[in-house]
Design a protein around this ligand. Structure first.
Ligand code: S3P
Length: 181
Protein backbone atom coordinates (compact mmCIF):
# COMPACT_ATOMS: atom_id res chain seq x y z
CA UNK A 1 0.00 0.00 0.00
CA UNK A 2 1.30 3.49 -0.84
CA UNK A 3 0.57 6.97 0.48
CA UNK A 4 -2.01 7.37 -2.29
CA UNK A 5 -5.57 6.86 -1.22
CA UNK A 6 -7.31 4.48 -3.56
CA UNK A 7 -9.59 1.55 -2.86
CA UNK A 8 -9.79 -1.36 -5.28
CA UNK A 9 -12.75 -3.70 -5.07
CA UNK A 10 -12.09 -7.27 -6.18
CA UNK A 11 -14.33 -10.32 -6.10
CA UNK A 12 -16.34 -12.75 -8.13
CA UNK A 13 -18.91 -11.71 -10.74
CA UNK A 14 -22.12 -10.62 -9.02
CA UNK A 15 -20.42 -9.65 -5.76
CA UNK A 16 -21.51 -6.04 -6.29
CA UNK A 17 -18.18 -4.35 -7.08
CA UNK A 18 -19.74 -1.74 -9.38
CA UNK A 19 -22.83 -0.93 -7.29
CA UNK A 20 -20.91 -0.92 -4.01
CA UNK A 21 -18.03 0.98 -5.61
CA UNK A 22 -20.27 3.84 -6.74
CA UNK A 23 -21.91 4.10 -3.32
CA UNK A 24 -18.58 3.92 -1.52
CA UNK A 25 -17.08 6.62 -3.74
CA UNK A 26 -20.07 8.79 -3.02
CA UNK A 27 -19.74 8.34 0.74
CA UNK A 28 -15.99 9.05 0.71
CA UNK A 29 -16.30 11.86 -1.85
CA UNK A 30 -13.91 9.89 -4.06
CA UNK A 31 -13.88 9.41 -7.83
CA UNK A 32 -15.17 6.13 -9.22
CA UNK A 33 -13.70 4.07 -12.07
CA UNK A 34 -15.02 0.76 -13.40
CA UNK A 35 -12.20 -1.12 -15.14
CA UNK A 36 -14.61 -3.11 -17.34
CA UNK A 37 -16.15 0.10 -18.68
CA UNK A 38 -12.71 1.55 -19.49
CA UNK A 39 -11.80 -1.68 -21.32
CA UNK A 40 -15.05 -1.45 -23.30
CA UNK A 41 -14.36 2.18 -24.20
CA UNK A 42 -10.84 1.29 -25.36
CA UNK A 43 -12.02 -1.64 -27.46
CA UNK A 44 -15.12 0.18 -28.73
CA UNK A 45 -17.24 -2.86 -27.93
CA UNK A 46 -18.89 -4.69 -25.07
CA UNK A 47 -16.92 -7.27 -23.06
CA UNK A 48 -18.92 -10.22 -24.41
CA UNK A 49 -18.12 -9.03 -27.93
CA UNK A 50 -14.39 -8.77 -27.15
CA UNK A 51 -14.47 -12.38 -25.92
CA UNK A 52 -16.46 -13.52 -28.96
CA UNK A 53 -14.31 -11.71 -31.52
CA UNK A 54 -10.79 -11.93 -30.05
CA UNK A 55 -10.98 -14.42 -27.16
CA UNK A 56 -10.26 -14.25 -23.44
CA UNK A 57 -6.47 -13.80 -23.73
CA UNK A 58 -6.91 -10.59 -25.74
CA UNK A 59 -9.36 -9.31 -23.13
CA UNK A 60 -6.87 -10.11 -20.33
CA UNK A 61 -4.13 -8.14 -22.11
CA UNK A 62 -6.41 -5.11 -22.47
CA UNK A 63 -7.55 -5.47 -18.86
CA UNK A 64 -3.93 -5.49 -17.61
CA UNK A 65 -3.05 -2.40 -19.68
CA UNK A 66 -6.04 -0.53 -18.28
CA UNK A 67 -5.25 -1.59 -14.69
CA UNK A 68 -1.71 -0.24 -15.05
CA UNK A 69 -2.83 3.05 -16.55
CA UNK A 70 -5.72 3.68 -14.19
CA UNK A 71 -3.85 2.72 -11.01
CA UNK A 72 -0.81 4.67 -12.16
CA UNK A 73 -2.80 7.92 -12.18
CA UNK A 74 -5.56 7.40 -9.62
CA UNK A 75 -5.85 9.25 -6.34
CA UNK A 76 -8.86 9.43 -4.03
CA UNK A 77 -10.51 6.90 -6.29
CA UNK A 78 -12.59 3.76 -5.83
CA UNK A 79 -11.80 1.23 -8.55
CA UNK A 80 -14.17 -1.62 -9.39
CA UNK A 81 -12.20 -4.45 -11.02
CA UNK A 82 -13.43 -7.27 -13.22
CA UNK A 83 -13.81 -10.62 -11.49
CA UNK A 84 -10.77 -12.13 -13.22
CA UNK A 85 -8.28 -9.40 -12.32
CA UNK A 86 -6.53 -11.65 -9.81
CA UNK A 87 -5.61 -14.20 -12.50
CA UNK A 88 -2.49 -12.18 -13.36
CA UNK A 89 0.08 -11.59 -10.67
CA UNK A 90 1.11 -8.41 -12.40
CA UNK A 91 -2.38 -6.96 -11.89
CA UNK A 92 -2.36 -7.92 -8.23
CA UNK A 93 1.03 -6.25 -7.70
CA UNK A 94 -0.23 -3.07 -9.35
CA UNK A 95 -3.42 -3.03 -7.26
CA UNK A 96 -1.56 -3.71 -4.00
CA UNK A 97 1.08 -1.08 -4.71
CA UNK A 98 -1.43 1.67 -5.44
CA UNK A 99 -4.52 0.92 -3.38
CA UNK A 100 -6.16 -0.72 -0.42
CA UNK A 101 -7.56 -3.93 -1.89
CA UNK A 102 -10.98 -4.99 -0.58
CA UNK A 103 -12.31 -8.43 -1.46
CA UNK A 104 -16.10 -8.63 -1.66
CA UNK A 105 -16.59 -12.32 -0.85
CA UNK A 106 -19.69 -14.07 -2.14
CA UNK A 107 -20.72 -17.72 -1.76
CA UNK A 108 -21.44 -20.01 -4.71
CA UNK A 109 -25.16 -20.11 -3.84
CA UNK A 110 -25.51 -16.34 -3.56
CA UNK A 111 -23.51 -15.79 -6.77
CA UNK A 112 -25.78 -18.28 -8.55
CA UNK A 113 -28.89 -16.52 -7.22
CA UNK A 114 -27.62 -13.21 -8.58
CA UNK A 115 -26.23 -14.48 -11.88
CA UNK A 116 -28.55 -17.29 -12.98
CA UNK A 117 -30.43 -15.13 -15.48
CA UNK A 118 -27.52 -13.00 -16.71
CA UNK A 119 -26.57 -13.29 -20.36
CA UNK A 120 -23.70 -10.81 -20.68
CA UNK A 121 -20.98 -12.73 -18.77
CA UNK A 122 -19.00 -14.72 -21.38
CA UNK A 123 -17.51 -17.09 -18.79
CA UNK A 124 -21.01 -18.06 -17.67
CA UNK A 125 -22.59 -18.50 -21.07
CA UNK A 126 -23.02 -22.24 -20.63
CA UNK A 127 -26.06 -24.28 -19.62
CA UNK A 128 -25.03 -25.18 -16.12
CA UNK A 129 -24.14 -21.87 -14.53
CA UNK A 130 -24.02 -23.36 -11.03
CA UNK A 131 -21.20 -25.71 -12.00
CA UNK A 132 -19.35 -22.93 -13.85
CA UNK A 133 -19.61 -20.62 -10.85
CA UNK A 134 -18.50 -23.22 -8.34
CA UNK A 135 -15.51 -24.30 -10.49
CA UNK A 136 -14.34 -20.73 -11.09
CA UNK A 137 -14.83 -19.67 -7.49
CA UNK A 138 -12.92 -22.70 -6.17
CA UNK A 139 -9.94 -21.74 -8.32
CA UNK A 140 -10.15 -18.04 -7.58
CA UNK A 141 -10.94 -17.93 -3.87
CA UNK A 142 -7.28 -18.34 -2.79
CA UNK A 143 -6.23 -15.73 -5.36
CA UNK A 144 -8.75 -13.19 -4.04
CA UNK A 145 -7.66 -13.87 -0.47
CA UNK A 146 -3.99 -13.53 -1.31
CA UNK A 147 -4.58 -10.22 -3.10
CA UNK A 148 -6.80 -8.68 -0.42
CA UNK A 149 -5.94 -6.29 2.38
CA UNK A 150 -9.51 -6.55 3.71
CA UNK A 151 -12.36 -9.01 3.21
CA UNK A 152 -16.08 -8.25 3.41
CA UNK A 153 -18.73 -10.98 3.14
CA UNK A 154 -21.60 -9.78 0.96
CA UNK A 155 -24.14 -12.62 1.26
CA UNK A 156 -27.45 -11.32 2.56
CA UNK A 157 -26.25 -7.72 2.75
CA UNK A 158 -27.57 -4.72 0.84
CA UNK A 159 -25.00 -2.63 -1.08
CA UNK A 160 -25.34 0.07 1.61
CA UNK A 161 -24.59 -2.47 4.34
CA UNK A 162 -21.51 -3.63 2.42
CA UNK A 163 -20.35 -0.01 2.15
CA UNK A 164 -20.78 0.41 5.92
CA UNK A 165 -18.66 -2.70 6.50
CA UNK A 166 -15.93 -1.43 4.18
CA UNK A 167 -15.85 1.99 5.82
CA UNK A 168 -15.42 0.38 9.25
CA UNK A 169 -12.32 -1.40 7.96
CA UNK A 170 -10.62 1.64 6.42
CA UNK A 171 -7.85 3.60 8.14
CA UNK A 172 -8.93 6.84 9.82
CA UNK A 173 -7.17 9.14 7.32
CA UNK A 174 -9.18 7.62 4.45
CA UNK A 175 -12.56 8.14 6.07
CA UNK A 176 -12.09 11.72 7.21
CA UNK A 177 -14.62 12.95 4.64
CA UNK A 178 -17.27 10.31 5.22
CA UNK A 179 -20.80 11.57 5.56
CA UNK A 180 -22.43 10.39 8.74
CA UNK A 181 -25.95 9.00 8.35
C1 S3P B 1 -14.83 -11.62 -15.65
C2 S3P B 1 -15.68 -10.78 -14.97
C3 S3P B 1 -16.37 -9.66 -15.62
C4 S3P B 1 -15.60 -9.20 -16.86
C5 S3P B 1 -15.33 -10.35 -17.75
C6 S3P B 1 -14.48 -11.43 -17.07
C7 S3P B 1 -14.20 -12.74 -14.90
O1 S3P B 1 -16.49 -8.57 -14.72
O2 S3P B 1 -14.40 -8.57 -16.50
O3 S3P B 1 -16.54 -10.89 -18.17
O4 S3P B 1 -13.23 -13.33 -15.41
O5 S3P B 1 -14.66 -13.03 -13.77
P1 S3P B 1 -17.53 -8.55 -13.47
O6 S3P B 1 -16.86 -9.26 -12.33
O7 S3P B 1 -17.70 -7.10 -13.18
O8 S3P B 1 -18.78 -9.21 -13.91
Amino acid sequence: MSALTNISLIGFMGSGKTTVGRLLANRLKFNFIDIDRVVEDRAGMKIWKIFEKYGEEYFRILESQVIKEVLGMANNTVIACGGGVVLREDNVNTLRKNSIVVYLRISVDEAYKRLKDCSDRPLLSIDDKLIAISKLLRIREPLYLRAADKVVDVDGKTPEEVVDCIIKLLPADVIRNVRTC
